[in-house]
Design a protein around this ligand. Sequence first.
Ligand SMILES: Cc1cc2nc3c(=O)[nH]c(=O)nc-3n(C[C@H](O)[C@H](O)[C@H](O)COP(=O)(O)OP(=O)(O)OC[C@H]3O[C@@H](n4cnc5c(N)ncnc54)[C@H](O)[C@@H]3O)c2cc1C
Length: 469
Amino acid sequence: MPYSKVTEELIQKLKEIIGEGNVSTGGEEKVRLACDEMPNPKPHPPEVIVKPENAVSIAKVLRLANEKRIPVTPRGAGTGLCGGCVSIKGGILLSLERMNRILEIDEENFVTVVEPGVVLADLFKAVEEHGLYYPLYPGEKAATIGGNIATNAGGMRAVKYGVTRNFVLGLEAVVPTGEIIQTGGKFVKCSTGYDLTQLIIGSEGTLAVVTKIILKLSTAPKRREVLFIPFSNLGDAIRTVPDILRHKILPVGIEFMERDVIEIVERYMDMSIPYHEHEAFLMIILEGETEAEIYQVSKQVEGICQKHGAIDTFVPASEKAKRQLIEAREKFYPALKSFGPTDIVDVVVPRSKIAEFIERVKVISQKQKMPVVAYGHAGDGNVHLHPVGKDMDKDEWEAKLPEVLKDIYQVGASLGGMISGEHGLGFVKKNYLPIAMDQNLIELMKRMKKAFDPNNIMNPGKVFDLGYE
Ligand SMILES: Cc1cc2nc3c(=O)[nH]c(=O)nc-3n(C[C@H](O)[C@H](O)[C@H](O)COP(=O)(O)OP(=O)(O)OC[C@H]3O[C@@H](n4cnc5c(N)ncnc54)[C@H](O)[C@@H]3O)c2cc1C
């Protein structure tokens, strides 16, 4: 049965469920919500936008959509990078922006209970006021916790703290047939049935709408240091990383970058980065409890880097300078986007294979005559690549891109890697999934999707196609 179109009658029913002012069908908002932050987006406006305030109304919307077979796409802040929150099949766009309350900060159990539309910046501030700390930092502070959960977001602090799924203790969610489910709880151990919390995390809004989240908290470290270390080539920089970890040093983050991206971000931010004339860099972020402890670890890291050919070590002298350096790293993506047509790849490979992966990508880049800029999370194997079309005809770049991407994903898979380490597949990367994932596993996932969503109404056309979108 094909999807139904949104009718006047359905809009009326939606208004009855969530209030007239929280249902819209046109105007500026429809344009704004037609894309996310992925590069080169083609707009997909929804037929109707709804902004519910609680799980009960979401359950009613989903029951209605399921009965009529209308696609429903959940949306957080729209900062995703693969079109996950875009209504590619039309239908209902379900914005979680009104569900943005921090319901509880439980200092005894070190947990917080939040609604999915809470943005990261607000969560950081709120828990800090209670002397607590949410250590994850998936790059974009405007993103919502619901979006972080749906994509299993990672970011720069994964070496020490892990990724979003490591901080989620439980969820409330509404499944496409309209039932409200609770998974997990305010406890850290559980051997009671299947772990549906972890199944829903990273499912990109294809299995359920997350409506409440129990997150684990921690206490903030007292000191943070940033080391910026230039090398004469990227191979030396990356090969240093396993040695640092072998010495039982656990930085919060270890980022690598090439000169190209430093030049681009300097221009974008109108700033100068120390040692920018060198070929490759590591940015190492350390945390510690005392000045003496962090000084001692910094010296140890410096020594290891020197052994691997580091040219020098830059340690910013003030908190402001540290912040500026980290901010420059955070701006790589917008800087590259402003530089010319580009795509973003976030392949993950075993940490020990990063250097080989990038060397092989450079060969692809030369063969295909398309520059590929590389940077990423050296500490966890997550490599960001930007095939850029600067000085190229845009149509020519676009025509060539799928072949370049296929080659890159094949190399990543051959080294034991996966298509996406943190951004998800959305609709733009779904066709590459069989390159890295066994068909039996994909088929099993499709059967699980059908068990949650027999009519395929939840974010259809994302992650994989079922064949009846
Ligand atoms: C400058 C920049 C830097 C970034 N850096 C990083 C980074 O370092 N690491 C990283 O991991 N990501 C990064 N991102 C990507 C992005 O911020 C994350 O993917 C984030 O998790 C998306 O959150 P969002 O609220 O914007 O979700 P959206 O983009 O709105 O949605 C993303 C997905 O989540 C689903 N979804 C949203 N809310 C719900 C819900 N309540 N229930 C079910 N499904 C839901 C959507 O359907 C969609 O599939 C970056 C993005 C930008 C623009």
